[in-house]
Write a protein that binds this ligand. Structure first.
Ligand SMILES: Nc1ncnc2c1ncn2[C@@H]1O[C@H](COP(=O)(O)OP(=O)(O)O)[C@@H](O)[C@H]1O
Ligand SMILES: [Mg+2]
Length: 345
């Protein structure tokens, strides 16, 4: 290790002192270099996640939520993708500094991921039992010293995620289960690794509302029991309201607002967040005869982004400076962060 590396390491150690944060993302940039141009999918993301907390990431389709999740796990297809710069400090280690073997040891062990489409994430030709047993054998060898013991542990995990008749269902193939049941199996597999961080990318989007509520409450219970921190990617503000401590709102590859969940619902600051909040239908508004609010315009194509603030041509509160200069992050009372010139002081 040369002098520079030592310096870097020490810096990393100081930052993680006290270890309030499990994950700290700084100035993260991920681009896709396509024949049509460079897509700046992440363009300077800053985020923190506290231990044992759930952080929701919200924003319209295409704003970079999945790319952020994939960048944390270093699963970006390269090429055309490239993690250009930034730091992802996880338990004090910069994930971007690890070699392939290092990141493989983190993936599925310390950080696990649940995807939107459970059916496509499970292997259709193996029973769910054999798939869970494989994960247990890999990550908790002490709980799978014999076939029988591995099976018993798998049944316990299925039981824990609320699959009825687990001893019977363990021999089912994925197509024999409903979408909600498959998502429960995915959660059981993600937890079998005993991760300190679980990233769930729109885990309930493909499910009906009742099943969605059950899966969210299951994730909340498991978080209480295991202390796992969660990053919950969603485009649904209803899901946000009921399931997290902190919220990050993304727009065109940036976090434009970051705050505690109560703060952001009580006092959204960024005009984009305000727009998102007002585009949720409420009975109250309907009774008053108000029409549903839509944010004007469309998300700009990431490969030809407007200058200045990327939201300025849709913004109802636009000022002269917004057309010219990209806003920095302003930190307000109680840690509420917002990337908007309105809050410059
Ligand atoms: N493999 C890829 N090649 C080129 N562009 C990509 C690729 N994957 C994602 N992108 C682009 O990155 C941006 C963010 O996508 P994504 O993170 O999937 O959005 P979402 O917030 O809906 O999850 C989009 O503009 C998308 O087109
Ligand atoms: Mg996505």
């Amino acid at each position: 290790m040369n002098h520079k590396d030592v310096e870097k390491k020490n810096k990393g150690d100081t930052r993680s002192e006290g270890r309030e944060y499990l994950l700290e993302i700084q100035d993260l940039h991920t681009y896709f270099h396509t024949p049509e141009g460079t897509v700046k999918a992440l363009n300077g993301v800053d985020l923190v996640l506290k231990r044992g907390h759930t952080l929701s990431i919200v924003g319209e389709s295409g704003c970079g939520k999945t790319v952020l999740a994939m960048t944390i796990l270093r699963l970006i297809p390269q090429p055309p993708g490239r993690i250009e710069r930034g730091r992802i400090l996880f338990e004090g280690t910069d994930l971007l500094s690890l070699d392939d073997e290092g990141i493989r040891a983190i993936r599925g062990n310390k950080i696990s991921m649940i995807f939107q489409e459970p059916m496509t994430s499970l292997n259709p030709v193996f029973t769910i039992g054999s798939q869970i047993e494989e994960v247990i054998a890999l990550h908790q060898p002490e709980a799978a010293s014999t076939r029988k013991q591995a099976r018993e542990t798998a049944v316990e995990m299925l039981d824990m995620v609320g699959i009825p008749f687990a001893e019977k269902r363990i021999d089912d193939y994925p197509h024999q289960l409903s979408g909600g049941m498959c998502q429960r199996v995915m959660i059981a597999m993600a937890l079998a690794c005993k991760p300190s961080l679980m990233i769930a990318d729109e885990p309930t989007t493909a499910l009906d509302v009742t099943t969605q509520a059950q899966i969210l409450s299951l994730m909340a219970d498991l978080k209480e029991e295991t202390g796992t921190s969660i990053i919950l990617v969603t485009h649904d503000l209803g899901v946000v309201a009921q399931s997290c401590e902190e919220v990050a709102v993304m727009y065109t590859g940036n976090v434009v607002e970051y705050a505690g969940v109560e703060d952001i619902f009580a006092l959204p600051l960024h005009p984009y967040t305000k727009g998102l909040m007002r585009s949720v239908p409420t009975i109250d508004a309907r009774q008053k005869g108000e029409s549903l609010h839509a944010i004007p315009g469309n998300v700009p194509m990431l490969k030809d982004m407007p200058g200045g603030c990327t939201f300025h041509n849709r913004c109802e509160e636009v000022m002269e400076i917004c057309r010219k200069e990209f806003p920095p992050v302003f930190v307000l009372h109680s840690g509420h962060c917002v990337r908007c010139w309105r809050y410059a002081n």
